[in-house]
Design a protein around this ligand. Sequence first.
Ligand SMILES: [Zn+2]
Length: 295
Amino acid sequence: MKTVFLTIDVEEWFHLEYLTKYNLNKDSVETVPKIFNFLDMLDRLNIKATFFVLAEIAYKYADIIRDIRSRGHEIGCHGLDHELLHEKSDEQFEEEVIKARLILNEVLGEDVVKGYRASCFSMDRNKLDILKRCGYIFDSSYIKFVQHPLYGHLDLSKYNKVDDLIYEKDGFYEFEIPTIDIGKFNLPISGGGYLRLFPYLLIKILLQLYSRKHDNFLLYIHPFELTNIRLPFPEKLPFKDKFRASVGRRHNLKKLEKLLLKLIKEGAEFKTIGEAIETSNTMEEKDELYFSNRV
Ligand SMILES: [Zn+2]
């Protein structure tokens, strides 16, 4: 693997789409303040990641977000709230992405937020164009996982594929969430849920299959997947939802470290999404210089 993008959607456990319909005891347990073991691990491995922060919790966790930034990671935006984008009008979306970015920049004390990830990848083309107009320079919500009912169907026509998982149009970039084709189906092997669910050996095999066709890889995880703190589920929560939210959490951080170490050992370079864009822009400038010198 050439480049790996580690991404974290900074939200609370109760933002999980399949839990929102229940009456949840939201304030009793917080998972965001438990990510320090994970942050220390990234420091140890010298990995810089991209954190998409939900703006509605940014003031509450301002110190944590500033700490993430001061460790050299990139901060992006995960929306103002966690509602699905198809439930918002384009006008509402525009207002919210402007406001969310202002909140995050204010918390950070500098104008650094350039990227966006839609809740449940529910991005569409109109909203992508709005995002660009509002000054963002990248999005990472495109997934070809057709079986999932919530995920959006983002139309990327007129975008150029500039690298594996990376698409560009007029200086705006889309970073794809990788999936792996298995027969008729495809699996989003890059998600924290799959990391928790699958045994490590299976993840290794799937990654091997994936790397036959791909140079780049992207992972996405959430704070609740990086701690084993007990979540206060409502009594009537069906087994399926309880399972989805709790499977494999106990050893997940160790498993993730093992996976990251394996990728490092194999020569993968970890980059934030912003860094990858900068590198590609400098390469383009060099190409332009090269060709203009030749003329
Ligand atoms: Zn989310």
